[in-house]
Ligand binder design. Sequence first.
Ligand SMILES: [Fe+2]
Ligand SMILES: [Fe+2]
Length: 472
Amino acid sequence: MAGIDYTSLIPNNVALHENRRLQRALEDWQPKFLDWWQDMGPTGFQAKEIYLRTAVSVDAKGWAQFGYVRMPEYRWGIFLAEPEAGRQVNFGDHKGQPAWQEVPGEYRGTLRRLIVTQGDTEPASVEQQCHLGRTSPSLYDLRNLFQVNVEEGRHLWAMVYLLDAHFGRDGREESEALLQRRSGNADKPRILGAFNEPTPDWLSFFMFCFFTDRDGKYQLASLAESGFDPLSQTCRFMLTEEAHHMFVGEAGIMRIVQRACELMREHKTDDLRPHGGIDLRLIQKYLNFHCSVSLDLFGSEISTNAANFYTTGLKGRFEETKKDDDHQLKDAAYTVAGLDGERITVREEAALVSLNERLRDDYVADCARGVARWNEVIRKHGIDVELTLPHRAFHRAIGIFSEVRVSPDGRVISQAEWDARHGDWLPNEDDKAYIQSLMHPVTEPGKFANWIAPPPRGINGQPVDFEYVRLG
Ligand SMILES: [Fe+2]
Ligand SMILES: [Fe+2]
């Protein structure tokens, strides 16, 4: 593996200077990326100095450097995790063959599509979040938003590198198209549904980081198992950054929950609107929404595409190499949720076509661990309420459950009941307006909006009242 080259226009550890054609392609793309960032990146803060971490290495002991940066001057670079000597394709029909350093010709189209679909989510989330800076509950949170944003930008670079390095002219065209689609735009939307939903407020932002970035974690982890080694190395490094995004989400919601509990005890009520808080019922509604749209991102329960990605060695299971089976799954079965008329049931399906559902199961278990940590905060306040994940069939737009109406506790219900009740389960117009009414910026170091508790500690050992963003 090459050392880190920080002197060239594009910081990298892929020896870019040795491949002039690729270097030129990326240097040609770079100003287009910067134009996109200026247009679609965080509105109103491009000239401010932000205390950000920048990837400077892929060393597990320390890969980041912290310091003040103006976002358009952020060093977006290309970093691949260290190669694994003698790595093989670890699953599917090619199991046991040496991992591919070049794209196998017969899988070119499929692999390109996988990379483009992942790549498209990265700029999409920056677009979804571009107005949030104006209403941040603190400088600490403002900085975390921008950290997530610049790293999603870097993830876009990571995917564009793969496209330009391995897919020739098609790859370069896809790289351009990644800068042309726009989240929520009717004519040129982003590829996946959840990435066309706006992120209009900070409660939504934290929920997005918890639920939707976690989908990212599971997709990246499956792609990190890929037999196509450059994709594996790329995704392995992206996962180290992704962990912070999920931290932002989990800790953000935890602080809102904590503040809700404090206000409940102080005012002896669970209606926090008169006191400017976000009550647990409202948090539950936002949770229901973001969980359900993120569950859709895993695709249909039964999917021949998913089976093909696996048998061809392109996309593995979560923690594929830690599993103790034949890694081919030709005769294996898997239990999948299904519908029997009006009843939600489970049934055995072939494991290969059930891989989307299996990944969704891993994801749901991970989400449940986070929700349990939020409930721990509520319990410690002596409050007898629990947040819960909605049933996986609730409010789905993709897969078998998109055909029925289901309550959060998993009952198939009539359209009439849905019409009457969905405003109790999902944020309604009144709820959204209330959350919007709380969104006022707090910009004094160490101060926090009334609806969220301060974090227990700052970033990178800095105090909570550190000037994380220099607004002056
Ligand atoms: Fe990302
Ligand atoms: Fe992320």
